[in-house]
Design a protein around this ligand. Structure first.
Ligand SMILES: [Mn+2]
Length: 319
């Protein structure tokens, strides 16, 4: 579908180029940049039309990342709420549970305010979800809320897309990269504060472009944001300090440590701990023989986003 649209846009580009040539204009710019401009403005117009058609109601629409938010969850909600406000929609970012130390560090370093905590919403509240796609990760009350949009980079979860007017999912390194793309498509200027917010989420989720989930678009966004903020000489150190803050467990209880970032782990291969009936067969089907009871090991660098589809595949194959 998307491929078809791209082809159509390409055809439109060539048609436009052909018309310009017939009219006797000389086109000096390369075709690829023509293509980009046409594609960007067409997508921007389509998104603006979509936004206009949404049932926004009269109250504030809340933008939420997932529970136990990491920097990408927090920053994608902040960045997207700002984008919506720039276009005239009454949106505000919130967090559904406490932010982590990495996010606190980067917010202090870059000087932006974190969203207020609001752990539940009343029925019929309008929501925009960023960086998650499962009800288990949503703010409490989300099942009775009206979800207007979902912007995410995870494999599909249990939130049905059929009732959500706008869903955008790209399998790239960070949700903040998708938000960056949308600013560009919509022609909304990225001020320095927004650039810092988007870069924070991008650095965290791609670990400064080093994670295996990193895609070309993440590098494009990284380059533009780092250049705008003149951080070429500092970005590596900032990333290192973010990573240090993410694993700073001083003064935390065992359960706080376990729950502080239970979503993504990436450490030269992954120990996969399983417990309960039938789990050994699933774990061994994915990662091979157990090292000892309850533990398998992956030689590959994997993150949760890559493991979950493998588990689903095995479970569905066994039905
Ligand atoms: Mn993310």
């Amino acid at each position: 579908m998307e491929h078809k649209e791209r082809n159509m846009q390409k055809d439109n580009c060539w048609m436009l180029a052909a018309i310009l040539m017939i009219c006797g204009y000389f086109v000096f710019t390369s075709c690829s940049s023509d293509d980009d401009v046409v594609k960007t403005s067409e997508q921007g117009a389509a998104i603006r039309a979509m936004l206009k058609s949404l049932d926004w109601g009269t109250d504030t629409t809340y933008v939420y990342g997932h529970k136990t938010p990491d920097a990408d969850a927090v920053c994608s909600s902040l960045g997207y709420a700002k984008l919506m406000r720039a276009l005239g929609y009454n949106c505000k970012a919130k967090v559904s549970s406490a932010t982590n130390r990495e996010t606190a560090y980067i917010a202090g370093e870059f000087g932006f305010s974190l969203p207020e905590l609001k752990s539940s919403v009343v029925p019929q509240t309008r929501l925009i979800l960023t960086d998650h796609t499962d009800y288990a990760q949503c703010v409490d009350g989300a099942r009775e809320a009206i979800i207007l949009q979902k912007i995410d980079h995870h494999v599909e979860g249990d939130i049905s897309n059929s009732n959500i007017p706008y869903v955008r999912r790209e399998m790239i390194g960070a949700t903040c990269t998708i938000i960056y793309e949308m600013y560009r498509e919509l022609g909304v200027r990225i001020d320095d504060e927004t650039a810092k917010i988007l870069l924070a989420g991008l650095l965290s989720d791609t670990r400064n472009l080093s994670m295996t989930t990193t895609q070309h678009m993440d590098s494009v966004a990284w380059e533009a944001l780092v250049t705008q903020l003149h951080l070429e000489d500092k970005v590596d150190e900032i990333n290192r300090k973010m990573a240090d803050a993410a694993i700073n467990y001083d003064g935390m209880s065992d359960s706080e440590i376990l729950l502080s970032d239970y979503k993504d782990y990436e450490i030269d291969g992954i120990y996969f701990i399983y417990y309960g009936e039938g789990t050994q067969a699933v774990a061994e089907a994915i990662f091979g023989p157990s090292l000892r009871t309850g533990v398998t090991y992956s030689k590959e660098n994997l993150v949760r986003k890559q493991i979950v589809p493998k588990i689903i595949e095995i479970l569905q194959g066994g039905r």
